[in-house]
Design a protein around this ligand. Structure first.
Ligand code: SAM
Length: 225
């Protein structure tokens, strides 16, 4: 049974894909996809021995030895050419780390049919990395789980340039706004308004900080209008 967040990530893994789940920790995602027969081969990459032991436990628990490969490696070094991986999943870490893993993975040499990424923060950096490195978004999603909003980016090879607005909010989110995406930014707008009110009562309405918040609020309101 996957969390709502991981279930939403799993939704973007194509049937029959050969996946590498990088930073897999418990390997819940690949184990679930394998057990439900959505896929028949997966690699669970982990940089740290502790989480790799969790992967190995999950493999043993479900008897997935033949189809789920545990690999102790930094990032995409977990993948061998002979694995014929077509889909890379990187979920549950910061956007900066995801960009670093992708950069070190030399994706210009190794093309993957699909990347399914779930950055916890710095989502704009990941969108911008994709467009600068020959990948284009093909879908996006936002899920609310456990009091947090999680964004999922789905990318495939292609050339595209995004505006600042698209990098921040997501081109798909902007053209097909989901209620969860709207809720995420409405909540952010409310958070900023509260800060601005506090600054107002502290006579700080002329401060640079206040002006920055006002600008940010306007950007958000335009995006969700
Ligand atoms: N992907 C799972 C999920 O979304 O629930 C687990 C996320 S967990 C918070 C992040 C995992 O990434 C940790 O287990 C950590 O050891 C691993 N990790 C961090 N940097 C990594 C790297 N460069 N290569 C492989 N794994 C990495």
């Amino acid at each position: 049974h996957l969390s709502k967040r991981l279930a939403a990530v799993a939704d973007f893994v194509p049937d029959g894909a050969r996946i590498a789940d990088i930073g897999s920790d418990h390997a819940y995602l690949p184990a679930n996809l394998l057990l439900n027969k959505h896929i028949s081969f997966a690699i669970a990459g982990e940089v740290a021995p502790g989480p790799l032991a969790n992967v190995e436990n999950e493999i043993a628990r479900h008897g997935l030895h033949d189809v789920l490969m545990p690999r102790l490696a930094n990032g995409l070094a977990a993948i061998k050419t002979s694995d014929l991986v077509d889909t890379v999943v990187i979920a549950g870490m910061g956007g900066r780390l995801i960009c670093q893993i992708l950069t070190e993975g030399e994706l210009d040499k190794f093309r993957y049919h699909r990347l399914v990424l779930q950055p916890n923060i710095d989502i704009d950096l990941v969108r911008s990395w994709l467009s600068e490195n020959g990948y284009q978004l093909v879908d996006e999603a936002v899920v609310a789980d456990d009091g947090h909003y999680y964004e999922i980016l789905v990318a495939e090879p292609g050339n595209v340039t995004y505006s600042l607005r698209e990098l921040k909010f997501g081109p798909y989110n902007l053209t097909e706004p989901s209620s969860v995406w709207l809720e995420k930014w409405q909540r952010e707008a409310m958070r900023i308004r509260n800060i601005m009110r506090k600054l107002e009562s502290a006579d700080q309405s002329e401060s640079d900080a206040y002006q920055e918040y006002a600008k940010e609020l306007q950007t958000i309101m335009e995006a969700i209008a």
